[in-house]
Design a protein around this ligand. Sequence first.
Ligand SMILES: Nc1ncnc2c1ncn2[C@@H]1O[C@H](COP(=O)(O)OP(=O)(O)O)[C@@H](O)[C@H]1O
Ligand SMILES: [Mg+2]
Length: 235
Amino acid sequence: MTLLTVENLEAGYETGQVLFGVDLVVEESELVSLLGRNGAGKTTTLRSVAGAAEPTVLGGEITFGSEQLAGVAPYSIAQRGLSFVPEARRCFPRLTVRENIRLAINHASDPKDLETVLDFFPELSEMREKQARNMSGGEQQMLAIARALAANPQLMLLDEPFEGLAPYIVRRIEDIIAEINDQQGIAVLLVEQNVAAAVAVADRHYILDEGRIVESVSTTQLRENEEMRQRYLGV
Ligand SMILES: Nc1ncnc2c1ncn2[C@@H]1O[C@H](COP(=O)(O)OP(=O)(O)O)[C@@H](O)[C@H]1O
Ligand SMILES: [Mg+2]
């Protein structure tokens, strides 16, 4: 069954339009990536779906399950089962791991319990009384994903989860994302510039260029088509 449908999405900022008709679909339990160069409009696409205050959606339709998301408040979108992990990994710096997850649980309509979430992240379980601000970038990314998981979503949106992380922690986060998808059946839409990491976890890929989806390909097609990678992704 189709979980998320984005049709002809147009969006932008005061400074101008950025998305010119984005079309994409995420099926139930699928792991899909949205790739594209810096400035292509990846974050703008995710923020439009999550209902963020910016950008302004100018046209098109966003359907989640059987509901239209346009005009729905972000907290209400989250309560319907869509969790968004923004680029900045927003955790509360002065709160501990446990308190950060607890807050996410308190805001969700049908959350997982704290121990279930911590069982999934042994590293976090061991540092449950540590403040987020004293954790490494990779640990904070794990905590941001743990907070999203705590809401027990049907779909998780991840904006560049590997950005700025050391290779070993990239591999650990790849495994976490794969497990969330496989074991929990949660669909994932992953935005990335790191093509190698996206190829390692996702089964299907959209390529966004200048605010339009220009390709929809399998991992094999993306691996084999160097010309396509060069043209749109520069790798
Ligand atoms: N808050 C904003 N205000 C104005 N322009 C923005 C804002 N955020 C992004 N943009 C512009 O929108 C375009 C797409 O940005 P973005 O969606 O962040 O791309 P990506 O995530 O693919 O790197 C860029 O030209 C960027 O400068
Ligand atoms: Mg971005």
